[in-house]
Design a protein around this ligand. Sequence first.
Ligand code: BG6
Length: 358
Amino acid sequence: MGTDAQFSRNMQIGRLQKGKATFFNLDGDEIEKERVEIKWDAEAAEKSGFEHFMMKEIHEQPKAVEDTINSVVKDEGIEFSEIGLEDEDIRKISQIRIVACGSAYHVGVVAQYVIEDLADIPVRVEVASEFRYRKLIFDKNELVVIISQSGETADSLAALREAKRQGIRTLAIVNVVGSSIAREADNVFYTLAGPEIAVATTKAYSTQLIACYTLAIQFAKIKGTISEERYQSLIEELLSLPKKITKILKEKERIQWFSAKQINAKDVFFIGRGIDYAISLEGSLKMKEISYIHSEAYAAGELKHGTISLIEDGILVIGVLTQNDLYEKTVSNMVECKSRGAYLMGLATYGNYSVSAL
Ligand code: BG6
């Protein structure tokens, strides 16, 4: 069940009365507003028996991910016509610049690896608060992608406006319908995570990853950099994700047992390579924001260039090890940390227990 909504813009005034909203400009003249249907319902913004919103939202990931996949994956493949991205537009893209803040920036770091790897399009990822304060050199066929759960983050909105001011096409990956970024971008890819009440994002982050993966897969198809067979198998992989997330969530107690063992950690280092490094960035941010424990994320091979001097007894090092071809490399960095007294934890793919031998 949805709800009707009307959006107030800057320099407008709203008057709320029972069952009625009226809008005025600064001269006091009434403004007619279009009504937009918001598909979120009030129940989605309640805790529904969970101890807090973040826990509820973590458990909502399978549905959020499934809904976002289903919004663009149709019988024939990925379909972006509702977003307004036609094949012709995609063919023209010379390079992509992803601009975002916080976790949404970390999604951008993943997207950089995936889009470059699959679609051979150069990608640059930028923190929005930096982007807006420096000289920007755009290519006219560049696509600027703004990622934001709320669609209201000031730096991300300013980045979007700057790109538009310079005549560059913009695509927003946004969760909140009708938010400023969604209204102003040329094209909008809505993630269907539903309301995210917890400040630290979880389910919206996951759906942003889905959005970026579908862009990468479709861009690769249109640019002819992957075979039809690979295209179909990547879509199959995407479709299998909600069940895989559900399976991981069933391990909640085991994960809590691992966390409880490390409750007294004062400093935590997340290390990984490639996408595992991007995931480390997000893990480290969550550790700081939610547990108030000091944490850093390092590209595994970079740790030795100075920072390794901080690795000593009692430091927790979490190695993210989800890619077979980079597994041994990161394991060797973890061993180095262990020799300096660190306690190691490995995050590997399901069934891969070899890291427990370290
Ligand atoms: C931060 C939140 O303040 O804002 C992060 O703690 C979030 O979780 C970031 O990723 C950016 O917000 P948004 O709404 O632009 O995605």
